[in-house]
Ligand binder design. Structure first.
Ligand code: SER
Ligand code: ZN
Length: 534
């Protein structure tokens, strides 16, 4: 990797001849010492190859290696010359510009980068040459060239990875269970009025469905979480943009996030034009509304665990405080799923999840994940009697964060990575077709990805890891109903113990639709609706 370019220092006035003389020896010193600092080999450092003074400008032709990228070199030059110019010659440095920057990389990259500083990227004969537009000093203060190179390397690696978000490998599965139901619960739930659609991917749950939903949450807590000592906390659901910047979601999944904006002011007088418009036209002109809201400073809960890391930011732990085992079920998550593919409660924009999080040493984090897996297995296999399977899905972000390697044939699950829990949906078709399985939850070890990003530390500098697991409530309920149907008598004993008297939902002359009223009555009888006043 080599950098080339020309730096221009603009001075407050033309320097005298004496300075021109002195500059020769200064450059020699810079080349021998200052520009080699931090480089193991001289070729990794930087060098001024030639220079010239024209009027009030000094031009440096420069070349550098990996250890002292060219923009770092020019700042060092400036910092060295500034005191000499100032004290001895009463000359100030007005500005600094780096132009004709060329970066040569010893590999052929086939990806582009869309940022304004890039002029072009060319590849030939095993090399990639990046040419940049002129860079002002404010940009040079940031590690901008290093970031540019890592971005190109990352995009290339990602392209080779196949554009996929994750690699899927089955690691465990239940035995085949007897299938007693083939219908689509999404359709039934809607017809009997237990769920009602209000917008794409958003549903209203009436009391009967809410009751079942809450019971699944309760079973998870009683059967999986409490025995392992997890305790409840409440995490905020509107997250400042800065959190997503640190976790990487803002970079990785901006296409799925729902952003939130504040009003331009608390002062209602500033909304007069808007109020007048709504009064007269009786409609919301959304483009006009944009004038009254700020750019989004927040996004709505997406991954659910990030506020936990943000909360722990800069906290210092000792052994006696660890591990930490919490869960949050305080509100919905939002994932915009694009226009297509939404279906009942299978794929939602607003969904509910119990998010389980833990923090500790790597050994603790792995141990907790393994205990959770045991309890989860008991829960899905015995308590719910589901047909399930688990897959090791190395998510791209962990590979990129350097927390894990691309998986070889032999899978070692005791390292950073994710396991997806999937359930078979008989209404969709054969179990052989992977599209007929639904991801209902996952469990991850993140390594030090988040503890590093949020500076969560151990007093003795021990490595700290985190883990999280998402339990998608709607999807667990759906998977259960899809496999077991609405006949309470054929449900496993644990579920019958929890779900006893389902409350009555809405009944009106047109709700649910009259043609489905018999279906509603039938299902209510089968699952045991609690009658009024009982
Ligand atoms: N935070 C994890 C996710 O978003 C688990 O819920 O998938
Ligand atoms: Zn999480």
């Amino acid at each position: 990797m080599r950098f080339y370019g020309e730096a221009v220092l603009k001075l407050s006035k033309q320097p005298p001849r004496d300075f021109a003389e002195e500059l020769k020896s200064l450059v020699e010193k810079l080349n021998k010492e200052v520009l080699l600092k931090g480089a193991k080999h001289p070729e990794d450092g930087a060098r001024i190859t030639s220079f010239v003074i024209k009027d009030d400008e000094i031009f440096f032709n420069m070349e550098s290696g990996r250890a002292v990228p060219i923009h770092v070199a020019i700042l060092r030059i400036k910092n060295n010359l500034a005191p000499i110019l100032g004290r001895k010659y009463k000359i100030g440095i007005r500005s600094l510009l780096l132009k004709d920057v060329r970066i040569e990389l010893d590999e052929e990259f086939s990806v582009g980068v869309e940022v304004p500083i890039v002029e072009k990227i060319e590849t030939k004969e095993g090399q990639t040459v990046i040419t940049l537009k002129p860079l002002e000093e404010s940009l040079l203060q940031k590690p901008i060239l290093q970031r540019l190179i890592s971005l190109i390397e990352e995009k290339e690696q990602r392209k080779r990875w196949g554009g996929k978000i994750e690699h899927w490998q089955k690691i465990k599965e239940s035995r085949k269970k007897r299938i007693i139901f083939k219908d689509d619960p999404n359709v039934i739930l809607e017809r009997i009025g237990w769920i009602s659609n209000i917008a794409p991917g958003q549903w209203f749950f009436t009391p009967p469905f809410t009751y079942i939903f809450r019971k699944f949450e309760e079973m998870l807590i009683d059967i999986v979480l409490k025995p392992l000592g997890f305790v409840e906390a409440i995490f905020p659901k509107m997250e400042p943009i800065e959190i997503g910047l640190k976790t990487g979601h803002l970079k990785g999944t901006p296409n799925q996030m729902v952003f939130a904006s504040l009003p331009i002011s608390y002062n209602i007088e500033e909304f007069e034009a808007w109020q007048d418009y709504v009064s007269i036209y009786g409609e919301a002109d959304l483009e006009f509304l944009q004038k009254f809201v700020e750019p989004p400073k927040y996004y709505l809960c997406f991954a659910q665990c990030p506020p936990f890391y943000r909360f722990l930011s800069k906290t210092i732990f000792t052994d006696k405080h660890l591990p930490l085992k919490w869960f949050d079920r305080s509100g919905p998550s939002f994932r915009w799923e694009g226009a297509g593919g939404l279906r009942g409660i299978e794929r939602l924009v607003e969904f509910h999840r119990v998010e389980i999080v833990w923090l500790g040493t790597p050994e603790q984090v792995i141990e907790i994940r393994n205990r959770l897996l045991e309890r989860y297995e008991y829960f899905m296999d015995k308590a719910l009697d589901l047909e399930w399977r688990w897959a090791w899905v190395t998510p791209w972000f962990l590979v990129h964060a350097g927390e894990t390697e691309e998986m070889k044939e032999e899978i070692d699950i005791n390292q950073p990575g994710t396991i997806d829990f999937e359930a078979y949906l008989p209404y969709k078709g054969d179990r052989e077709d992977h599209r007929n399985w639904l991801e209902i939850g996952n469990i991850s070890i993140h390594g030090a990805k988040y503890t590093k990003a949020f500076r969560i530390r151990h007093a003795a500098e021990k490595t700290l890891w985190t883990g999280c697991s998402g339990f998608g409530i709607e999807r667990w309920v759906l998977a259960f109903l899809a496999q077991k149907g609405f006949e309470r008598d054929s449900w496993p004993e644990t579920v019958r113990k929890y779900i006893r008297d389902i409350p009555r939902g809405l009944e009106a002359s047109n709700y649910p639709r009259p043609q489905y009223f018999d279906l509603k009555k039938l299902i209510e009888r089968r699952v045991g609706i609690k009658e009024h006043g009982e």
